[in-house]
Write a protein that binds this ligand. Structure first.
Ligand SMILES: C[S@@+](CC[C@H](N)C(=O)[O-])C[C@H]1O[C@@H](n2cnc3c(N)ncnc32)[C@H](O)[C@@H]1O
Length: 293
């Protein structure tokens, strides 16, 4: 009598049980995503493979990925890829895992960038905002700034895949340092966009473990009241933008009013907020006046 050889369906059920016991919210979905990664199969093909016997080698690899997921590591980090604005971005330990809600900023840039326009992305991370805009707009160019060398290396790799060529440049700078904005060369920008760190320092310990343990602290920590980066960026923005240029800032929950007030204090006009798909105020926008008052 031959022993029953484990199928991929058996392995999936076992993995989903492990993930469920570890407190993972959608255990079967995540188990399928990880198995798809191991077998190089999309969801439709995976269904066809479910009744196949599982090979020892692939089973071992699958079990390793399931163990990482059970430890709280997000699926995108395990895969090393995250879909953003319809394109695959490489993600790794040095960068924030791009969030779907940030796509609102891409739409806002695309709606306001003039023909042949120049875009500056402060805190570029994986490059998800800057590169998504430039990939949609072959006439435009842009610069991505970050204080993290590993983030810039990742953004550069993503640029080679998503927007190769001379239209994009990256620059290492720390907006907390005096004179950082003067280190940027070239004409003023039509848009300054940023998704800066905005979590108040004291709230970081209470974040979900998937965020707290896997997104870099540098990408999260917004200082005592969460507004440190906004103060720096908003005060530098008038000098970086051309007259009539737009400032577009992602904001955290409850921060839209404070960030709008910061922008109003340095003379921005046409101030407003953009809502994400859940109806929450996700970004603050403002315009540099044509003439400085
Ligand atoms: C919330 S992440 C945003 C990353 C990416 N733009 C996105 O939307 O997924 C903030 C980024 O700001 C960078 N950053 C933090 N402090 C900075 C500073 N003082 N100067 C420049 N960049 C900084 C971090 O390294 C991180 O990549």
């Amino acid at each position: 009598m031959t022993a029953h050889r484990q199928t991929w369906l058996d392995a999936l059920r076992h993995a989903a049980r492990r993930l469920g016991e570890a407190g993972i919210e959608a255990p079967l979905r995540d188990a399928r995503l990880l198995l798809g990664e191991v077998l190089g199969a999309d969801p439709a093909r995976l269904i066809l493979l479910e009744t196949d016997p599982a090979s020892e080698e692939d089973l071992h690899r699958f079990s390793e990925l399931v163990t990482r997921r059970a430890g709280g590591e997000p699926v995108s980090r395990i895969k090393g890829r995250r879909e953003f604005y319809g394109r695959p971005f490489e993600v790794g330990p040095g960068v924030l895992d791009p969030r779907p809600d940030t796509e609102v900023l891409v739409d806002a840039c695309l709606a306001r960038l003039p023909r042949g326009g120049r875009l500056l992305d402060l805190g570029v991370g994986s490059g998800c905002i800057l590169l998504s805009v430039l990939a949609e707009r072959p006439d435009a160019s842009g610069v991505g700034v970050d204080v993290s060398e590993s983030a810039l290396a990742m953004a550069q790799r993503n640029a080679q895949e998503i927007c190769p060529g001379e239209r994009v440049a990256f620059h290492l700078a720390d907006w907390a340092r005096k004179g950082w904005a003067q280190t940027l060369s070239g004409p003023p920008f039509d848009i300054v966009v940023s998704n800066p760190p905005y979590i108040p320092s004291a709230d970081i310990a209470d974040l979900d473990r998937e965020v707290r343990s896997f997104d870099p602290l540098l990408a999260l920590d917004g200082g005592r009241d969460g507004l440190d980066a906004y103060r720096r960026i908003v005060s530098a923005a008038p000098g970086l933008l051309c007259p009539g240029g737009w400032l577009i800032l992602e904001v955290g929950i409850g921060q839209a009013g404070d960030v709008t007030a910061l922008a109003a204090a340095v003379g921005f006009s046409d101030l407003g907020a953009l809502r994400d798909l859940t109806g929450r105020r996700r970004a603050v926008i403002g315009r540099r006046p044509e003439t400085r008052g």
